[in-house]
Design a binder for this molecule. Structure first.
Ligand SMILES: Nc1ncnc2c1ncn2[C@@H]1O[C@H](COP(=O)(O)OP(=O)(O)OP(=O)(O)O)[C@@H](O)[C@H]1O
Ligand SMILES: [Mg+2]
Length: 416
């Protein structure tokens, strides 16, 4: 059995994969489930930290504390060295991320019944777009954290290449494949030549024709959906009595998973009282003020995310926001969502078209397009990507397991 594991530390969900005689197994990490949502809750009442679904439950149960999601989005940004304050205590993001990775390792080991001191970590093709120095810093920071968590040997693999290895274990002839991994934080693509006969090769560089990625994923879709549906009901885009606009920073902070806590600073709270007084539509600003006092930003973001996911199956979804004061109910249409993310879908589509051009591959040469990642559930995005290779067969992989399984296979290749 393998001595190394694969770790898919995702923006929204994380997994640990391990190869047991010949085949990858995803290890159960929480209540028998193989994903651990990448969430940390610092409970100030008990001075305790919880993870995953339990962290979400503690936050929703109303414990005093701080919830952190999308920690991966902080890698490579100056925010990584920042901290959040709760009940007079400073919590550094680096330390919280470290605790999450340690927990991921501990749970994987406990499920496997053995220790892992080597791992292949997945990484997006770009942690940070168009900034190689920041991108390197992001990987270095994650490596430091992983080493501190006890992984003595470490390697990184592009997430779409990992997905390719998983898909390769399921085919019986050679194929040229476009891998599309649309996650919570990034959309990543690789063009790869896959074949059962090539699987055992140690060096696959010749089979990887090109990779590309953009920092656009499901958390961005949540943000844009929030900004066009819910945030206007909290005053986004409205005016003060003197004709000037209500500052948009509150709304952007609240609509972006990794900056929600920034809406809770004392300075922001102090300004809100004045805004309610000066607003043309004070009821909306009152909702914003109540939400912030209630520290309900993550609750709101979760309701928006649930709505987005439901729109993958339904053309219209009723969004009941009873925790807002005054309460609110909205009917959200899929068309409205698709319009809100139109520019993002264009950018992702452009990235795929460029990838093919850079690789010098004509679209009809691509045999298969393989989709994985939770946000591949968004049909508009899938269609756009598939349209770049219209003749290719479409395969939808395990949305949440392909990367971890591929990383586990790669861990055997790299560490034995
Ligand atoms: N059915 C669905 N339709 C649309 N989006 C979905 C669906 N199911 C999950 N998602 C979204 O998928 C995202 C999570 O996907 P995934 O777990 O693949 O991301 P991740 O691996 O954590 O992120 P990344 O790889 O970018 O770091 C979330 O934004 C979630 O809202
Ligand atoms: Mg992922």
């Amino acid at each position: 059995m393998a001595t190394a594991c694969g770790v898919d530390f995702g923006t929204s969900n994380s997994t640990v994969g391990w190869v047991q005689p010949g085949r990858p197994v995803m290890l159960p990490l929480e209540d028998g489930k193989v994903t651990l949502p990448s969430v940390v809750f610092f409970n100030a009442d008990d001075d305790d930290v919880t993870f995953g679904r339990a962290a979400l439950a503690d936050y929703l149960a109303g414990y005093e504390g701080r919830l952190m999601r999308s920690l991966k989005s902080l890698l490579g940004t100056p925010l990584m060295d920042g901290q959040t304050e709760v009940a007079g205590r400073a919590l550094s993001f680096r330390e919280l991320l470290g605790q999450f990775i340690r927990e991921l390792k501990r749970r994987g080991e406990s499920a496997a019944g053995r220790e892992f001191d080597a791992a292949v970590f997945g990484r997006p093709v770009h942690f940070v777009d168009d900034d190689p120095a920041a991108d390197r810093l992001a990987q270095d920071t994650l490596a430091e954290i992983a080493r501190a968590a006890g992984f003595r040997e470490l390697a990184f693999q592009f997430e779409p290449i990992a997905a390719a290895f998983d898909y390769e274990s399921q085919i019986d002839r050679e194929e040229l494949v476009l891998i599309a991994d649309i996650g919570g934080g990034t959309s990543d693509f690789s063009l790869v030549r896959l074949a059962p006969s090539r699987m055992a090769r140690r060096d696959r560089r010749d089979d990887i024709l090109a990779s590309a990625g953009v920092h656009i994923g499901g958390t961005d879709f949540d943000k844009y959906l929030s900004l066009v549906t819910v945030m206007p009901e909290l005053g986004h885009g409205s005016e003060l009595k003197n004709g000037s606009a209500v500052p948009s920073s509150y709304y952007f902070n609240l609509a972006t998973w990794h900056t929600i806590n920034q809406a809770y600073t004392r300075k922001m709270s102090a300004q809100l009282g004045e805004l309610v007084r000066d607003a043309r539509e004070p009821q909306k600003l009152l909702r914003l003020q109540n939400l912030i006092e209630d520290r309900a930003g993550h609750w709101l973001a979760m309701r928006v995310e649930e709505t987005k996911i439901a729109l993958s199956d339904q053309a219209s979804v009723r969004l009941e926001l009873d925790r807002l004061a005054p309460p609110l109910a909205l009917d959200v249409e899929r068309d409205c969502f698709v319009a809100a993310i139109g520019a993002l879908v264009d950018t992702v589509g452009g990235s795929v078209a460029r990838l093919l051009a850079d690789a010098g591959v004509r679209s009809e040469q691509v045999d298969t397009v393989f989709f994985t990642g939770g946000s591949s559930g968004v049909a508009a995005l899938r269609e756009r990507i598939a349209a770049t290779v219209p003749a290719a067969r479409r395969v939808e992989g395990d949305r949440f397991g392909s990367i971890g399984a591929g990383l586990a296979l790669d861990a055997v290749r790299q560490f034995g």
